[in-house]
Design a protein around this ligand. Structure first.
Ligand code: GYE
Length: 330
């Protein structure tokens, strides 16, 4: 008997609360229509930073695809800092966005904030980089490359290339951001592949943080410390491009005196490959935007999505780079 009035009071309170929130500038009235209030899906995206040509192409792809898909995008650049990403994700949770997507700078340390998103009922999509959380229910899916494979393909090419070489082949490795999935996985894949030939030896391996400046600086140190360097394996084009400067300054010819293998295949990298300064690139596609928006629509609609979606990629030799370069979009 007292139920009906109580319900009415509750409903009134809800209306007042929603009205109050709207007055405070929060456009989300708590309906199922999503955060924008006009029926548009709202996505909060936390980007790693702007450390490389790959990242710039990735950011452009996400922004363009969101506009095309009619998804309202809230975008944050974390400047390569995990704490900034966690802050951005917490903001998105507070703003009650419909979907959170992010490219985790490192693999570890996400469980708490992912749990907060889950408890708030906001689905999370990982793009580009993976997390090491044991609880896979903390995110809906992971869209990105197989970094182990990229490293392995790079290593396999080198094994083939050095088949008839005599004596030790000294390799230096420029690693990506310490603790990031692509740095961990590319190192692993490459290491496993070159283990097939005991004369292939990694004599130095250090992080250049995926940047040109980092690549140049670390390569300078490598060149000073090691008189005989036969091969450079750089975890991305940008570090390889930075290293080119150090190699030339040391009076060596990149691509001839030192064989250079990189990953990504962005335009500047492909140009260096076509010019004979790089020797091999394993592709890593940054154009994840369209697939990400598709996934966002699906998870928002409550549809099932596969837990892992892999990007399709290839590899390039110098000849192949010359052919592909004119049609390269990024
Ligand atoms: O290879 C590198 C970028 O996570 C796959 O991050 C990405 C990597 C990419 O800075 O250039």
């Amino acid at each position: 008997m007292s139920l009906a009035p109580r319900r009415a009071v509750a409903a009134l309170a809800a209306v007042l609360l929603a009205g109050g929130m709207a007055a405070c500038g929060n456009s989300d009235t708590g309906t199922d229509e999503g955060g924008s209030g006009d029926g548009k899906i709202v996505m909060g995206f936390s980007q790693v930073g702007a450390e490389s040509g790959w990242r710039t192409a990735n950011t452009n792809s996400i922004k363009e695809a969101a506009a095309e898909a009619g998804i309202e995008l809230k975008f944050d650049d974390a400047q390569q800092k995990q704490e900034n990403q966690i802050k951005a994700i917490r903001n998105y949770i507070q703003q009650k966005v419909d979907v959170i997507a992010f490219s985790p700078v490192v693999e570890s340390g996400w469980d708490t904030v992912l749990k907060e998103a889950k408890d708030a009922g906001i689905p999370v999509i990982l793009t580009d980089r993976a997390v090491d959380s044991a609880d896979k229910s903390l995110y809906k899916t992971f869209l990105g490359s197989d970094f182990v494979k990229e490293g392995r393909l790079s290593g396999e090419w080198l094994v083939e290339q050095m088949k008839s070489a005599t004596g030790d082949v000294n390799i230096v490795e420029l690693q990506g951001t310490t603790g990031s999935a692509p740095a961990n996985d590319r190192k692993k894949g490459f290491g496993e592949a070159i283990a097939a030939d005991p004369k292939l030896k990694v004599i130095a391996s250090q992080s250049g943080d995926f940047t040109r400046a980092g690549g140049k600086q670390v390569m300078e140190q490598f060149l000073k410390a090691h008189p005989k360097i036969d091969v450079l394996f750089a975890h991305n084009d940008d570090m390889g491009l930075g290293a080119l400067e150090a190699i030339t300054a040391a009076g060596k010819e990149p691509g001839k005196d030192i064989v250079i293998i990189t990953i990504d295949a962005v335009k500047d990298g492909m140009q260096a490959l076509a010019d004979g300064k790089f020797n091999f690139i394993a592709e890593c596609s940054p154009l994840l935007g369209p697939q990400l928006m598709e996934l966002a629509k699906k998870v928002h609609a409550g549809e099932e999505v596969p837990p892992r979606i892999e990007t399709e990629e290839t590899t390039f030799t110098q000849e192949q780079a010359k052919e592909a370069l004119p049609n390269r979009k990024y």
